[in-house]
Design a protein around this ligand. Structure first.
Ligand SMILES: Cc1cc2nc3c(=O)[nH]c(=O)nc-3n(C[C@H](O)[C@H](O)[C@H](O)COP(=O)(O)OP(=O)(O)OC[C@H]3O[C@@H](n4cnc5c(N)ncnc54)[C@H](O)[C@@H]3O)c2cc1C
Length: 435
């Protein structure tokens, strides 16, 4: 049998593409290398007690959803609503920033910047910081999709151009954006910063009630079971008359007329790299173009209510960058009477002991009762080089029957992955149907 389309890669981009083919009734097969779909979007459930009672929900690497993402709100998905099947649970739209030996509550800096910064950064931020952050918010909201345009600058250059004081940058922008970009030098393009700022200004962030993996589960549920094959790594391909033969690790060969290649950059480069054009990446070793992520998950007897808030390191001490008591955001992340804490670090070398010692300063001596449930280290967490959403060239290879999708072809977010998958699928649909 020759499939009209084969999707390679079952992350969010590949699954989103599959939903488009399914809706347009174009037969397709999705091949995923691992035994679980979702790629970087996974939750695992860990038993609280050896007798099996109660579970903790650990989101791989800690991640959140921006309900304002256009692609989540696309009618095919309609997952941005509070009462969508994801049952979104919201973070408080501010943060607690640790410096001078205690936490300082920061009200909503994205939506009410002037009053938020007046409360916390009063003693240290300048008056002009407060005015500028308000002006920046108005500017970014007014830009719409034009957040992606403008001179190429890094985020730190952009913040400095706006005249923010070093205090504000060190105490707030670096830890907050460090958690989003997975790097705190703030070398990430300013266009991505504007995109992130715009989304934070539109809505507080959220997690699904039963973990970020619910997004994957929701996408999979909308697809015919027989259209997804797990444990099917594509290792090679060759051109055959009118299409391609894909070679699987198992030795099996699968024929298709069109390929939608939705893996990370590395496997794309390795297998279909010689066809990649437009991204300027074909010569690069794309696998090295990723930031790493590291998160540690702890169980604790129920700790004093912290609220659904993000904790930030305003001292730039280096062990913990940000933390959250996830069971305060969604109680279903931990069994009754217990709490689940996520500690995130940008250091790949900090020891667990040094991270816990940092946690004692933040959460007090009760940290000695915490139990390590798991640690995630994700090497290819976020792509470093990315073209943004407008570069349609990045979607196709030189052969117009191989289309690329994945966050590295747009931008490093769920929005970028969903957009890339939908758009690549729509192009293949147009090619097949002539629409
Ligand atoms: C720790 C962390 C935190 C994040 N936080 C956020 C956040 O808060 N908000 C946000 O919007 N985004 C966040 N992201 C980014 C978001 O998760 C990713 O952008 C998105 O999941 C990428 O999806 P993808 O489909 O492009 O790639 P992947 O999820 O990497 O999917 C690629 C798939 O291809 C498969 N594959 C690879 N090679 C082959 C092969 N040869 N054959 C078959 N299959 C193959 C892989 O197994 C994988 O399943 C975060 C990411 C991480 C890691």
């Amino acid at each position: 049998m020759r499939w009209p389309v084969v999707i390679v890669g079952g992350g969010v981009a590949g699954l989103r593409a599959a939903i488009t083919f399914s809706r347009r009734q174009i037969p397709f097969l999705l091949l995923e290398a691992t035994q679980s779909p979702g790629g970087r979007v996974q939750s695992t459930f860990t038993r609280a007690h050896s007798n099996g009672s109660g579970v903790f929900c650990l989101d791989r690497g800690f991640q959140v959803l921006q309900p304002s993402y256009n692609e989540l709100r696309h009618p095919d998905l309609d997952l941005g609503r509070p009462n969508s099947p994801l049952e979104l649970k919201y973070f408080y739209p501010g943060a607690r920033v640790f410096f001078d030996g205690k936490f300082h509550a920061l009200a909503d800096p994205w939506r009410h910047p002037i009053s938020a910064l007046a409360s916390v950064f009063g003693p240290i931020g300048t008056l002009s910081d407060k005015v500028r952050v308000g002006l920046l918010q108005q500017h970014i909201l007014s830009l719409g999709d034009a957040v992606w345009s403008g001179p190429k600058k890094t985020t730190i250059e952009y913040l400095q151009d706006w005249g923010f004081s070093p205090n504000l940058i060190e105490r707030f922008f670096r830890p907050f954006l460090g958690g989003v970009f997975l790097e705190d030098a703030l070398g990430t393009p300013a266009s991505f910063f504007r995109f992130v700022f715009q989304n934070f200004a539109k809505s507080p962030v959220a997690v699904p009630r039963f973990g970020i993996g619910a997004l994957t589960r929701e996408l999979v549920q909308r697809l015919p079971v027989s259209s997804i094959r797990l444990g099917s790594e594509v290792q090679s391909f060759q051109e055959i008359s009118g299409g391609f033969a894909l070679g699987l690790a198992s030795g099996e060969s699968i024929e298709t007329g069109n390929i939608l290649w939705a893996t990370e950059a590395g496997p794309a480069q390795k297998v279909v790299g010689r066809y990649i054009s437009g991204t300027g990446k074909s010569q690069a070793n794309l696998e090295s173009y990723y930031h790493e992520a590291r998160a540690l998950w702890f169980a604790s007897p129920k700790i004093e209510s912290t609220g659904p808030v993000l904790f930030l390191d305003g001292e730039r001490r280096g062990q913990i960058n940000h933390a959250a008591v996830m069971s305060e955001v969604s109680p279903d992340y931990a069994p009754p009477g217990m709490s689940l804490i996520a500690l995130n670090t940008l250091s790949m070398t900090a020891t667990t002991e040094s991270i816990l010692s940092h946690a004692v300063d933040w959460f007090g001596p009760g940290v000695k009762d915490w139990r390590l449930l798991g640690e995630d280290r994700i090497r290819n967490a976020l792509p470093l080089n990315f073209p943004g959403p407008n570069e349609s060239d990045s979607l196709a290879t030189t052969d117009r029957r191989i289309f690329l999708a994945g966050d590295y072809t747009t931008h490093p977010s769920l929005e970028g992955a969903l957009l890339s998958g939908r758009r690549a699928a729509e192009r293949i649909v147009a090619q097949i149907t002539g629409d």
